[in-house]
Write a protein that binds this ligand. Structure first.
Ligand code: ATP
Length: 309
């Protein structure tokens, strides 16, 4: 591991507060294929943690283990203080799950299904958290009011995904797992979804663990981004912190005498100082861009994969 990659397990929890998710040395094998080779991370109450990684890196596997859907091969995992392999109904009622795709319930109508699923949570209502979510309010926040009476088989792909999110949150979970929630969303649906996540974390202190391949989305939503590659968390931090870990070059753009110039510089500040020293007021439209999350992500994954060989 090089110095530019943060050591796995370096996430620090708030002192005194039990983490909502606590994973140490998590391992998973399918036959002789090792998918998770020692994953370490934790999440605090109200935090949005985004799990990034190439196809097949093990993101869904990680989430399914934490949801209690899949038995791990080894390591320590605690979710809301409970080993997910031994979680009971009461524990499950505090989780919300949005899987990659649901393919059932096609004859049910939207309102009917949400009312039905919500009824399972009534027994777990508390003074602090009334469960389930009132259906009309839920339909409103996920943008399905107009489709409330529509049979599920007739929803568009984006509406279907909104319904998946509604199913995930109908029980007002303390912890919400979302596996690629915005696939098929148009830009407006995506923005509504981002607002919804902010509402869940701000109003309800819901903790969120989500996977996505949309780096823009990761940057918008995440308090912390985890990059999973070669079976481990190879980097952890905000988009800004990650980009500072990668000693990338910045791009400097400017115009002079009506011409556009672009230059990559390792030290943008001294380059710009020199540029003004030489050309002074002739310089216009100056822009300096640090490596974006996409470039940072690609470099971190490539470094990890290079070392793994
Ligand atoms: N039930 C299973 N049996 C055998 N191998 C599996 C099983 N489930 C997943 N795998 C393999 O484990 C690896 C990790 O899969 P996983 O779905 O967790 O990755 P992912 O990071 O979520 O990928 P993607 O970004 O494509 O959704 C893949 O190589 C996959 O083929």
């Amino acid at each position: 591991m090089t110095g530019s990659v943060m050591a796995a397990g370096s996430v620090v929890d708030t002192p005194g507060a039990d983490p909502v998710i606590d994973v140490r040395d998590l391992r998973m094998r399918y036959g002789d294929k090792e998918v998770l080779a020692g994953v370490d991370f934790s999440a605090r109450a109200g935090e949005v943690v985004v799990l990034l990684g190439p196809n097949g890196a093990g993101k869904t596997t990680t989430i399914e283990i934490l949801e209690g859907f899949r038995a791990r091969s080894g390591g320590h995992a605690r979710v809301l203080g409970v080993d997910p392999a031994a979680g009971d109904e009461r524990w499950r009622a505090r989780l919300g799950v949005v899987l990659q795709s649901w393919r059932d319930h096609s004859k049910w109508r939207v309102r009917e299904l949400l009312t039905h699923l919500g009824s399972y949570y009534e027994a777990y209502s508390t003074a602090e958290k009334r469960r389930p979510w009132v259906v009309d309010e839920l339909l409103e926040v996920v943008g399905l009011t107009a489709a409330a009476g529509t049979a599920i088989g007739r929803l568009s792909g984006g509406q279907r995904r909104r319904l998946d999110v509604a199913i995930g949150i109908v029980g007002r979970p303390d912890l919400l797992f979302l596996d690629e929630p915005t696939v098929g969303f148009d830009p407006e649906a995506r923005r509504d979804f981002h607002d919804l996540i902010h509402r869940l974390t701000d109003v309800d202190s819901t903790t969120v663990l989500l996977t996505t391949h949309d780096l823009d989305e990761a940057e918008k939503l995440a308090d912390r981004i985890l990059i999973l590659a070669t079976g481990r968390i190879v980097a952890s931090g905000s988009a800004d912190e990650l980009s500072r870990q990668v000693a990338g070059e910045s791009e400097v753009r400017w115009t002079r005498d009506g011409r556009r110039f672009v230059h990559s510089a390792a030290d943008a500040t001294s380059f710009v100082r020199e540029l003004f020293g030489q050309h002074g007021e002739a310089i216009g439209d100056l822009e300096v861009r640090r490596a974006g999350l996409e470039e940072t992500y690609m470099r971190l994954v490539r470094e990890a994969e290079g070392e793994g060989r």
